[in-house]
Design a protein around this ligand. Structure first.
Ligand code: GRF
Length: 315
């Protein structure tokens, strides 16, 4: 399944177009499901509409920041997007909005971050007599242009460059950078190595947990005790990455599978006491997976350990 991306723009939308055209390659791991704007006249909206992409526009004028962000958020979730990609979206976002898309929102900025946050980046680079300018893609955090940088491309500054001529070349670099970085980033969601790492981080925070390899499967148990989590990667060539955790029995197993047949399954050879949870569907809620792992740990942990935890929890 491809990652579903909403692109937010305010103007020309050339980066949006670059992302959109790149997504037409069959090997691209994302698809653009919505192009949204705070500017109903944004040129990019027309490009997207002509390409058959759903568009949404809502002017921010006369609205509180959080209220406008909430309207955008609603449109994005209605479109089923799992990532938000800012491409020349000229709005400072409310903390609520940023938190909702934590680690799922990217931005492109026309400088080599952390240099020259904010506006007039090209002019600043020329005035500072830098020999290179460039562009960066970063994760969006509450601070402007400040999140972790996922990648950048350097662009040499010519002796007679003006802000305009430099901007034009940096734009070309932006159009190369954004689709590539976005593809790599969303690729994590189906990348077994990344998924195993995520489970490892959650499993090893359980008390007295360790990691073992059993029949080629990564598993996590209580040191010298029982296992509480397995990660199934391409088991018998099924192509799936899934977490196996303890449950109460056949009834809970049937209920879970019934609730979502794509996500939950009965793991072969494990019996009724375990459930398989797909991790590679592109919309994994890691907090939820953390809860599953903690619950499974509790189900196998010896009394003396769970009692200790209960006592600790009271303080
Ligand atoms: C780009 O320079 C981008 O780096 C910045 O805004 C500009 C958007 O341009 N964040 P476009 O609308 O994608 O052409």
């Amino acid at each position: 399944m491809k990652a579903r991306v909403a692109v937010l723009i305010s103007g020309a939308g050339t980066n949006m177009a670059a992302l959109l055209y790149a997504s037409k390659l069959s090997s691209c791991p994302y698809e653009v499901v919505l192009v949204a704007s705070n500017n109903p006249d944004a040129e990019g909206l027309k490009i997207a509409a002509t390409e058959g992409i759903a568009t949404f526009a809502k002017s921010h004028i006369g609205l509180e920041r959080a209220a406008h962000d909430a309207i955008m958020h609603e449109a994005i979730t209605q479109a089923g997007a799992t990532y938000v990609v800012l491409a020349g979206y000229m709005r400072i976002l409310s903390t609520e909005f940023v938190e909702k898309w934590d680690e799922r929102m990217l931005n492109i900025h026309p400088s080599l971050l952390p240099k020259y946050k904010g506006v007039n980046t090209h002019q600043k680079a020329i005035e500072a007599k830098d020999s290179v300018a460039g562009c960066s893609v970063h994760l969006v955090t509450a601070e402007l242009d400040d999140g972790p940088v996922l990648g950048h491309i350097e662009v040499a500054i010519l002796p007679n460059d003006t802000a305009e001529t430099l901007a034009a070349r940096v734009k070309m670099a932006e159009h190369q950078l954004y689709p590539k970085i976005l593809a790599d980033y969303v690729g994590r969601d189906t990348n077994p190595e990344y998924l195993v790492d995520q489970v490892r981080t959650l499993a090893l925070t359980q008390p007295e947990a360790d990691e073992v390899l059993s029949h080629g499967m990564r598993c996590f148990g209580i040191i010298g005790g029982k296992k509480f989590a397995y990660v199934s990667v391409d088991h018998h060539g099924d192509g799936k990455t899934a977490l196996l955790v303890k449950i109460s029995g056949a009834e809970e197993q049937a209920m879970l599978i019934d609730s979502d047949e794509e996500r939950y399954y009965r793991p072969a050879y494990f019996g009724d006491g375990w459930i398989g949870i797909r991790l590679d569907l592109g919309d994994t809620d890691w907090d939820h997976i953390g809860d599953w792992i903690a619950k499974s740990w509790r189900a196998v942990a010896p009394k003396k350990l769970t009692k200790l935890m209960d006592v600790a929890g009271e303080f």
